[in-house]
Design a protein around this ligand. Structure first.
Ligand code: DX5
Ligand code: ZN
Length: 224
């Protein structure tokens, strides 16, 4: 909710798709746009078949980003790194349900470090797997592609999962935000918000476009 009590839908550009050769100006572009969060994809080459980046890039973001850092950990044993990401400025820390042996404990640890706690689920993981954790998490990240790479196409089954998740949230009276991650474009954005998504992550659609700030602002106006 903003100051007027109006519920806003949020846009979180995924920095994975930006040009790391000009990282500072890419960060600046997001700072000056209508984007709400920075989405930061950390991959370890074990949980997912790709390695992205870690602390050095995270610290550049910490020092230059002027909006909340939404960190998506696609790594095994994420509980080993919760404090480290807190120290590097994460505001929202999301771990994968499939990567946590003790998800409940990891979520409590993230919250005890004063970060918002998120749980991400892969396309094959059913919404029912969230039943016993939904009241504990601040955000659920529904993967709408298989994690590991940017630029993949949106998996249509996500709409059905989104509706089920919205029902679960209503039924349990939890105030969890729903984030959709992967293959988001202006084509699916409005349907996703209509079905109850609160945060849309977009990487290639933004950074591979001719005018990334225009694309961010356009996405924001579509969903608000
Ligand atoms: C995928 C990442 C996504 C990805 C989104 O593993 O979690 O955040 O960067 O990129 P696009 O929007 O290009 O699908
Ligand atoms: Zn992500």
């Amino acid at each position: 909710k903003n100051l007027l009590g109006i519920i806003m839908n949020l846009i979180a550009p995924s920095m994975l798709a930006c040009d790391f050769g000009k990282l500072l100006s890419e960060i600046d572009l997001v700072n000056k746009s209508k984007a709400d969060w920075f989405h930061i994809d950390v991959m370890d080459g074990v949980f997912v078949p790709n390695i992205s980046f870690g602390s050095p890039i995270m610290k550049v973001l910490q020092n230059n980003a002027k909006k909340p850092l939404d960190v998506h950990l696609m790594i095994v044993d994420p509980e080993k790194y919760t404090r480290k990401f807190y120290e590097m400025g994460a505001d929202i820390l999301t771990v994968h349900l499939e990567a946590c042996k003790h998800l409940h404990r990891t979520i409590q640890e993230i919250k005890s470090l004063n970060m918002k706690a998120g749980v991400a689920i892969n396309p094959h993981t059913p919404i029912s797997a969230l039943t016993s954790i939904i009241n504990e998490v601040d955000l659920v990240c529904l993967m709408s592609v298989n994690p590991g790479f940017g630029g993949q196409s949106f998996i249509e089954n996500t709409y059905d999962k989104l509706s089920r998740l919205k029902d679960l949230i209503k039924k349990t009276k939890s105030n969890t935000l729903i984030e959709i991650d992967g293959g988001v474009t202006s084509k699916n954005a409005s349907k996703l918000t209509e079905l109850g998504a609160d945060v849309l992550v977009a990487g290639s659609y933004i950074f591979k476009s001719k005018n990334p700030s225009y694309t961010i602002n356009n996405l924001s106006s579509i969903v608000n």
